[in-house]
Structures are given as structure tokens and as C-alpha cells.
Ligand binder design. Sequence first.
Ligand code: GLN
Length: 395
Amino acid sequence: MDIQSKHFLSDKVEHFTESVIREMTRQAMLHGAVNLAQGFPDFPAPAEIKRAAQEAVAADVNQYAITWGAKNLRQAIARKMKEWQGIPVDPETQITVCCGSTEAMISTLLAVCNRGDEVVVFEPFYENYGPDAILSGAKPVFVKLRPPQTADGEWTFDEGELRAAFQPHTKAIILNTPNNPTGKVFTRAELELIRDLCVEFNVLAITDEIYEHIIYDGTRHISMASLEGMQDRTVTINGLSKSYSVTGWRVGWAVGPPAVTNAIRKVHDFLTVGAPAPLQEAGAAALALPGSYYQSLAQNYCVRRDRLMPALAEAGFRCFRPRGAYYVMTDIRNFGYDNDVAFTKYLVKEIGVAAVPGSSFYNDPRDGAQQVRFAFCKQDKTLDEAGRRLGQLKK
Ligand code: GLN
């Protein structure tokens, strides 16, 4: 880039690229590939919540909602957190509704981080967290999640390594459970360990729980804020996107202690003013769905997981079985490629399936060079077509 063009740019943006996940969706469209890259459902959202959105528009809920969120939605969020996780939440002082959990995360980081602060992130990580930390002036510090050794094992982390990441400048830890991209669901014992470090080092936990209802094999999702001692030091982030299959609505929220919420609300107000008002009303209706809705959501995803994984294995991928969320991380060693980006390019162009190169989930791209992520939030026929195409890899 010439010096004059660079003159207009912020140094911050030099340290990250555009999202590879979103780029893979554009590649899929360009090449007519089956899109198992970006995690959005290709099936309809529940009829009752679509109706609620239509009714809200018809009833002229078409102007700004209260900047930190429509009262109905905030009350529904508070009710649901109490009911599902036993967490008492004051909807007046503890909730900020944002444009998706993506905005909730960056608003939170902008609200709590000072230059020089460090933020602990488990790696592989959802690719937004790196740029989020950089934009907020903080330095991300990565702690490795290690892949399971056996077909049915779990991703684990080293206690010593985690402890070493907590330093005097550590402001927060970002915890994503159920986890994207690994599918790990953190256990109570792991959460307690993290809790103890947060208390000892006076660190805030910022949790991304967007996949809370997408869990398999009898695992349970536990919110960090439900642990003793964590209520005053946790910001819980969630949203409508994954639980109700409406990723394009852009409605998410951050729930935290009042002082932190106050700061998040200020950032959010000047970033976006507010999330779409009619969709917030529909969100209140979504959060009132009965427990059976979430049961079938999880069951249906389990069926999709068990449909895609054998097809991937048959095509030569080594799969790490996810316990939650809707992605399968795979090991691509069998294909003899020395890097994941070249391999996913080949997949999207020649095989007709888009996936996400593993390196986009790591700070050092070499760590993900033998991994590729597939999303299975898709209809049977989409998964089957992907399986058929991937079958050609053998030839
Ligand atoms: N969470 C989804 C994924 O990881 C995509 C989210 C997004 O693109 N905003 O693929």
C-alpha cells in the first residue's frame, strides 16, 4: 500500500484481517459450493416467532426501542436466566440488548479494557475475539485447548498453563461454552477452576453462551454467573441467533453487574443506539417458548451431527466429536496438504464444499494448519449433498 493511502488508516486495523468465516460464505456463493462454513441455519425459523415479528411491525413497533433494550425483552431475559440457571437478574440495571452477541462482546470489551490490559482467551477461539481485544486496546493472551486423543474424548486445558496466563494486567477472560469451534462444553469442575483464578486475580469473566441450548450426549450447560462468587464478576453474553435460528435478526445481549452494565450501555448507545425494535418484541415471544422447544432443538442438532460425522470420516477426515454447538473440528492429516487454507480452497473450488480453515481459530496459523471446521446447522439434504461431494476426495 502506498504511504498516502496508509496515512488515512488506523494502526489497529493492521493487526487483523476480515473474517475468514464470512469470506468462505462469499467463496461458497462464487463457486456454487455447499456452505458448511459459516454457522447459520438453512432451514426456517419457528413460525410463532416469525409471526410475532410480523405482528410487531404491523403494530408499528417501528421506532427506537429504549437504547439498552425493550422492557419486554429484558424482562424475558431475566426470567429465563432465573428459570434455567438460577441467576437473579434485575432487568432495569443489568441487561444491555445489542445488535447481536457480536456487538455485545465488543461493547463489553470496549467498556472494560484499558490500553495494556490483558484478556485471556482459550484457543482455538471464535475468530471475533482477537480483533475485539485489539480494537478495545487490550492484548489477548492465549491458552491452548488440546484435542482429544481418542475418538470419543474431550478437549482439555492445562491447569498450570491457565494459571500462568493470569497476570497483574489481566482484566478479563473470555469463555465460550458450548465452544465454537471445538464443541467443548466446559464442566463444573473446569468452571470452578476458572472461577477461583478470577477471584484470586480479580478478573472479570466474559462468557459467550450463544450455544447454550445446543448440547448433546447428556451434557449440561452451566453458566459461569451461576457459580458462587461469580455473579459480581461475570458478563454473560447470549442472543437469539442460534437458539431460535434467526442469525440475521441481530439481537443479542450482555448481562452483568450494574456498574459494568452502565459502562456497556454507554458504549452500546454510541455504537448502534439500539437493536431492531420489532425484533426485540419477537425476541420476548421467543424466550417464552416452552422447555420442549429446546429439547427438540438439541435433538434435531444431534441427528444432524450424527449424519455429517460419518460422511466426514468416510471421506478421510478425523473428527473430534462435539458435545455442544453445531460445528465439527476435523484433522486433515490424511489428505497430505501442508496447510488448511490451500485445502479449503481446493474443497470449495474442486469438490464444491465450503468449510473454514482451522488457522482462522488460532493466533499462530501454523497451529491450525491441519484442521478444518464444518458447520452442520443445515437441512438433511444439504448435509447429504456435502457428504456426496466430499466422497469424491477418495478418488
Ligand atoms: N458464529 C458463526 C460461525 O462461527 C458465524 C457468526 C458470524 O458470522 N457472525 O460460523
